[in-house]
Design a protein around this ligand. Sequence first.
Ligand code: NAP
Ligand code: GDP
Length: 343
Amino acid sequence: MTKTAMITGITGQDGGYLAKFLLSKGYHVVGLYRRGATDTFSKLKEHGILDKIEMKDFDLLEFSNICRLIKKYQPDEFYNLAAQSFVAASWSEPIYTAQADGMGVLYILEAIREFSPHTHFYQASTSEMFGKIQEPVQSETTPFYPRSPYGCAKLMAHWLVTNYRESFGLHVSSGILFNHESPMRGKEFVTRKITAHFAEMVTGLTDKVLELGNLNAKRDWGFAGDYVEGMWQMLQQEKSDTYVLATNETHSIREFVEEAGKTAGFEIEWQGEGIHEIGIDKKTEKTIVKVNPEFYRPAEVEVLLGNPAKAEKVLGWRRKVDFAGLARMMVEADIERAHKGTL
Ligand code: NAP
Ligand code: GDP
């Protein structure tokens, strides 16, 4: 029998990769999107799957519509990927972020509890919940210390998922995913900002210097395509649970710039410190990167490093793409887009 999966945030980075993966497994995919969105379906078109998905409009804040959708489809699996997902924006829109990323999840849990308790539910939790890290390597048992309204809202949702599992026996899982990127990553996130800018530079679309914030921050970066498989694996288990997905490697923003620079043909040398730091291309001696404190955050998550041992053991999950492969994939895709005029 064909299984039905509902995906919120279908227009985002992970939504496209997950939908493609579930379609390849024969699922009927119902994609939930915001009617007001401007760049609505570009990622799904690039994946070549838009016509294979049943699209329905949805907003995390519209409880009545959430109830109607869940009552009508009673899906086998529900993946909640929708969120105000950009940490920096959560200080300018903290109330909306809390409503969407915290309360929005409660609306879905309530609708599942009431109208479709057999549904297996996935919540997109985040390593941002570890924030000011309480252990050098973070796992499912590491205490949380969020550092942004985004992290706080996601933590509320994570605990609600845990509570609904324990209170009502629902099959609801929380995936604590460390940063995962891809050519489909939004350009506001640092990796894609770097790769898109370098692609513009090498194809002559810009001669502007790339301006970045804190180059010392470190992230555990994986490939989104690997991570969506872990989401699915969580919902195939007999019991729901919490799992960390990560690469167990951490790299600074500076290292990502260097790695992406290699594929773009730059050999970057760093000069100066703090807000005066610049990155120079050794071959041309041009400054290509500089620090702009405008991109600093009110409270920073300095370093994240995840331990995916539980997911590897219980789910059999493995990430396939490494740090260098990820940076290369992103720069190559952006250079190709720049040539085609679709960057
Ligand atoms: P993304 O590309 O920013 O996608 C977010 C999606 O949520 C978009 O489809 C967006 O729709 C939708 N959305 C935002 N507000 C909404 C609302 N009020 N109602 C309905 N839909 C709304 O994020 P992503 O990278 O795919 O991440 C997927 C999920 O994983 C997010 O919940 C994110 O917080 C979480 N997460 C991501 C990472 C990561 O490194 N990527 C790590 C841990 C957790 P529009 O297209 O209309 O804006
Ligand atoms: P996040 O880990 O979900 O906040 O993902 P981002 O890609 O937005 O940010 C990752 C890290 O890069 C954070 O520590 C930021 O402070 C740092 N960073 C440095 N410069 C920039 C920048 O220009 N844009 C963004 N988005 N982040 C930057």
